[in-house]
Design a protein around this ligand. Structure first.
Ligand code: AMP
Length: 478
């Protein structure tokens, strides 16, 4: 965290039902972004907020919205009493689900309703929930436009617009979709934009859609978190995988996200690591939503040690206290580095970010160092000859284009079809762990997460479990 704050949530003037939910979530002090954003947002100002992942930005925008909407909440069952008043746009399904889970938790002592809609699942399963009426809608842009096209929602009463991870939305080519959506919203509204990095494009977006915004930054733009120890190894591409295995064994009691550039290399690497008895799973855009949720749950419960992820798939993953991030493949987009290492060192915790740089990647790493204005200490990788057998692999060169598509009415939206969910690979992962592949030492955090996954303690976990159950159910109905 970049600055200290002594304000408490009560001093921010939030309503009692929200304070109760905050208290039950175990938050005692607002994070810096919350301390700055909440009072301004409560004054109905437009905000352009620079906040890295893990800074508590979701509560920073959700709490003032819920507070302002509270007088309009209604226990009536009439859909007319529950128009969409706040629209939160997020670039990925994972982030959308995560934001929705948080909003649901913060709103649990109010009558305000929330819902999440995202692509990749049958649109028909979402329509009845929309028709019943919701005040706060979290959506990915493409699926929102699907619903607009099918006239299953109205945006005419939206008073709040949140663009979460706006930089990623632009990276993913959502600008045309955003323009279409913004044209459908009432002119009179409050806009809250959050972005981890501030590029010129982001500033242009802010100029175009925000009304005289107040800029808040809790960390220097494009800065990396000071809590994160960053280091890099120079390693030949044909030895990378072996060196990774060595590192994973060295950090055997720390859970890790391993980043690759493409879906293909994520899948290949996860399979290779499993063969090396490292309980792991891949999370990327070719996986079904059910598989992604299963992989994430297994990771949170500690039954897998390494989560191999592409940049986009990792967005929005709320994994607290992740101690280690490994950049297995260096992204060609330097901003990705900031996002990747933002997965560790969250909420003031210490973290380590290790990059493996091969002969073709030094130029990309130079760009990263330029962006973050920092030299990362580098050393030559020493491959331990006694470590596991060599398994050379050439990184896949195909770019991960899955998420780069601009909006097109999805097949699921145009003609809902019975698509069987892909077979889950979660069982195999657990077996790998049971075979005793890799020792995972539980931390109090992961133990709690494991307990939550097992349904205990019942009361505290209920909000999230319900949210998750709903998502899984939606997928099961495909
Ligand atoms: P976010 O940046 O919104 O993804 O939040 C990152 C994590 O911080 C989430 O697990 C939140 O539940 C948690 N969090 C948010 N606000 C606070 C707070 N004031 N105190 C402690 N944890 C928080």
């Amino acid at each position: 965290m970049s600055e200290q704050t002594t304000v408490d949530f009560r001093a921010l003037g939030l309503a009692e039902p929200l304070l109760k939910a905050i208290d039950e979530s175990g938050y005692t002090t607002p994070t810096p972004i919350q301390a700055q954003a909440i009072p301004l947002a409560l004054q109905r100002m437009d905000l352009m907020a620079g906040a890295q992942t893990g800074t508590g930005k979701t509560a920073a925008f959700s709490l003032p919205i819920l507070h302002t909407l509270l007088p309009l909440s209604s226990t009536s069952t009439s859909p007319a009493k529950h128009p969409i008043r706040a629209l939160v746009l997020a670039p990925t399904r994972e982030l959308a689900i995560q934001v929705y889970d948080n909003i649901k938790t913060y709103a649990k002592h109010t009558a305000l309703r929330s819902l999440v809609v995202y692509g990749g699942v049958d649109i028909k399963t979402q329509t009845p929930h929309l028709k019943a009426g919701v005040e706060i809608l979290v959506a990915t842009p493409g699926r929102l436009l699907d619903h607009v096209e099918q006239k299953t929602l109205s945006l005419s009463q939206v008073q709040f617009l949140v663009l979460d991870e706006a930089d990623r939305m632009l990276d993913m080519g959502f600008m045309p979709d955003l323009k279409r959506i913004l044209a459908l919203l009432p002119k009179q509204r409050q806009n809250l934009m959050f972005s981890a990095t501030f590029s010129d494009e982001i500033k242009k977006l802010a100029d175009a859609f925000l009304n005289n915004p107040t800029l808040i930054e809790v960390a220097r733009s494009n800065a990396t978190n000071d809590n994160v120890e960053q280091k890099a190894y120079l390693v030949n591409s044909d030895q990378k995988q072996r060196f990774l295995v060595q590192l994973l064994k060295q950090y055997a009691n720390q859970q890790v996200i391993v980043f690759t550039k493409t879906k293909l290399s994520a899948s290949k690497l996860a399979r290779a690591l499993e063969r090396d008895q490292i309980p792991c799973s891949a999370i990327h855009g070719d996986k079904s939503q059910k598989e992604r949720i299963e992989a994430l749950d297994a990771f949170k419960a500690g039954s897998i040690h390494a989560l191999v992820a592409t940049d986009v798939a990792a967005r929005g993953l709320d994994i607290s206290d992740l101690p280690l991030v490994i950049n297995y493949e260096i992204s060609t987009a330097p901003e990705d580095y900031v996002h990747r290492i933002g997965r560790t060192g969250r909420a003031g915790a210490k973290g380590i970010a290790i990059s493996l740089i091969d002969e073709d990647e030094t130029k990309y790493f130079d760009d990263i160092e330029k962006l973050i204005k920092k030299q990362i200490p580098k050393e030559k990788a020493t491959i331990n000859t006694s470590s596991s057998r060599p398994r050379p692999s050439k990184a896949a060169s195909a770019e991960d284009g899955w998420f780069q598509q601009p909006y097109q009415p999805s097949a699921a939206a145009a003609a809902p079809k019975q698509v069987p969910a892909k077979p889950s690979s979660a069982k195999r992962k657990v077996v790998a762990a049971l075979l005793g592949g890799f020792g995972f030492k539980a931390t109090p955090q992961t133990r709690n997460q494991a307990k939550r996954s097992a349904g205990k303690p019942r009361q505290k976990a209920q909000g999230n479990e319900l949210a998750q159950a709903e998502v899984v159910e939606t997928i099961n109905t495909l």
